[in-house]
Design a protein around this ligand. Structure first.
Ligand SMILES: [Zn+2]
Length: 286
């Protein structure tokens, strides 16, 4: 895959022109344009999902790619080659859509409020998950900024970036850690806090352990522990990542708690404390 992108001539890049939402979340399709081949093609979240998380690739000149006849087969081959580049394209395309980094000189923390807009997430006991996720994220941003960190949010209003877009925002932000904020839904006898991490990431696991510890300490709900997973956002960002499921909206008591702004502040305090504990446990990057 990495070698394939050399089929692009010097300066060639694939520009993502727009995202086309499908009815079924979280699928998006990205209309991309290759100036050299003068054609448009679409890539989906699912196609981008096969990518290794990677830094934005540099496009290198390759003479062999020049003078190839234009044609559909090139489009097919290029679509495959472009997958890596599309990650870069998504970063460029959405650069204006992510919230700008907060002022400050500290390390960057990327916070991802789950769901948004038509994707409500869990809808239980009069709570829309997307709303409480966003509120907790905004509170965590304020608390982290007070601690001297810079914070980038994948959304700061009722919008729904695709999962690929959220990862692109994180990967383009220079963030040291990524935290996705969610709340859970299960049959109503289940309650408590869980934090997920990418199962192959040691640093991600450590981040999840600190987050879980601090959130549970702060909100005093049952400790369901940390779990390795292949959840999309934790598997596709290039920095240590964790996904918090703070409480179960399906549990009437926990739903009542999360409706209380003071409780959401405590969730956010746990998130900020967990992020800080993790960052202080690892050497600062050069
Ligand atoms: Zn969720």
């Amino acid at each position: 895959m990495v070698g394939d992108r050399l089929a692009f001539a010097r300066g060639e890049s694939v520009v993502v022109e727009r995202a086309v939402p499908n009815a079924e979340r979280p699928q998006f399709r990205y209309v991309t344009y290759s100036p050299r081949l003068n054609l448009r093609f679409q890539l989906s979240d699912a196609e981008i999902r096969r990518l290794e998380p990677a830094p934005v690739p540099a496009v290198r000149p390759v003479g062999a790619a020049r003078g190839l006849p234009k044609g559909f087969w090139i489009a097919v081959a290029s679509a495959a080659s472009a997958l890596v580049l599309v990650t870069a394209g998504v970063v460029a395309w959405i650069a204006t859509r992510g919230t700008p980094g907060s002022p400050g000189t500290g390390e960057v923390v990327c916070i991802d409020p789950g769901h948004g807009a038509r994707d409500t997430g869990a809808l239980e006991n009069g709570v829309a998950e997307k709303d409480v996720n966003l509120d907790i994220a905004l509170r965590a941003r304020r608390l982290l900024e007070e601690k001297g960190y810079r914070v980038v949010l994948t959304r700061d209003s009722d919008t729904n970036p695709s999962l690929a877009e959220r990862c692109a925002i994180a990967n383009g932000s220079g963030a040291s850690v990524f935290v996705s904020i969610h709340n859970n839904a299960r049959p109503p006898d289940v309650r408590g806090t869980t934090t997920y991490h990418f199962r192959d990431s040691t640093d991600g696991r450590l981040l999840a352990v600190y987050l879980q510890q601090e959130v549970v300490r702060s909100i005093e709900r049952p400790d369901r522990g940390t779990r390795g997973s292949r959840l999309y956002v934790v598997a596709n960002v290039s920095m240590p990542a964790a996904l918090l499921e703070a409480v179960f909206l399906t549990d009437p008591d926990e739903a009542a708690l999360i409706k209380d702004p003071d409780f959401r502040e405590r969730v956010a305090e746990g998130v900020a404390a967990g992020v800080e504990a993790y960052l202080k446990s690892v050497p600062e990057p050069e």
